[in-house]
Design a protein around this ligand. Structure first.
Ligand code: KIV
Length: 278
């Protein structure tokens, strides 16, 4: 049985921290499901960490459907949230069509979109149509050309606006709000004022839960670690060491050995060679 939005709400009521991690394929979804992490986000960070783009902007709805489908297929327990990519929810009509594809074609249980007060009516419409919505405020990567890649809400006006945004999303029926790159005291203040859970990334420990990007957490980059992330493994090094060992074994005749090979009767081969040569 998958986690439901009701389970998520109950976790907030019990004060139980909610964990979320991004995933983009079948194999990682299978691994996540083994851990009991209740929510998976098929984020449009897909653009950065899988496609090698500088921003999330080039990610298309087709990309999201393709990847979300694999994640849904790989998981049985986690609630899977699919991101609505840049410019796929500019009107209610377009949002319904885009979210509809993620639900119908990929099989997600919720969608996430960026924006606060100005997205409230879209959120409300999706929810009315039976599509659970996660809001995303603070730093919103799809607007990074507008706002820059930096912490939001440090000054009173910006902080007030974020509280209003969070409230508007809750009133519109969102069941979760992601707070990205928000000062910790502000994230705590928002969390205390909402009935629905907040999920932080770079928003401090006062949120109801945390979301992290698969590649950041597992050390799949060779270069930087974002400030808001902690590396729990250095898989890029582990994988590189394994690949080096594999290549050395092949070069030195250590792989494959008999145990990796299939035998056949010598007479069958001889007969085949005879037929070829005659
Ligand atoms: O796209 C994504 O992975 C996200 C998270 C960073 C919250 O939006």
């Amino acid at each position: 049985m998958r986690t439901t939005i009701l389970d998520i709400q109950k976790m907030k009521q019990r004060g139980e921290p909610i964990t979320m991690i991004t995933a983009y394929d079948y194999t990682s979804a299978q691994i996540i499901d083994r851990t009991g992490i209740p929510t998976i986000l098929v984020g449009d960070t897909l653009g950065n960490v899988v496609q090698g783009e500088q921003t999330t902007l080039p990610v298309t709805l087709d990309d999201m459907v393709y990847h979300a489908k694999m994640v849904v297929r790989g998981s049985e327990k986690a609630l899977v949230i699919g991101d609505l990519p840049f410019l796929t929810y500019t009107s209610e009509k377009q949002a319904i069509a885009s979210a509809g594809r993620l639900f119908q074609e990929a099989g997600v249980q919720a969608v996430k979109l960026e924006g606060g007060t100005h997205m409230a009516s879209t959120v409300q419409r999706l929810v009315e149509l039976g599509m659970p919505v996660v809001g995303h405020i603070g730093f919103t990567p799809q607007s990074e050309n507008q706002m820059g890649r930096r912490v939001q809400g440090k000054q009173a006006d910006g902080a007030r606006k974020l509280i209003e945004d969070a409230r508007a999303l809750e009133e519109a029926g969102a069941f979760l709000v992601v707070l990205e790159l928000v000062p910790a005291p502000l994230a705590s203040a928002i969390t205390e004022r909402l009935q629905i859970p907040t999920i932080g990334i770079g928003a401090g420990p006062g949120c109801d839960g945390q979301v992290q990007v698969w590649h950041d957490l597992l050390g799949l980059y060779t270069d930087h670690v974002p400030r808001h992330a902690r590396r729990y493994a250095t898989l890029a090094d582990t994988i590189a060491a394994a690949l080096t060992q594999y290549a050395n074994d092949v070069r030195e005749g250590q792989f494959p050995t008999e145990e990796h090979s299939v035998k056949m009767k010598a007479e069958a081969l001889q007969e085949a060679l005879k037929q070829i040569e005659s």
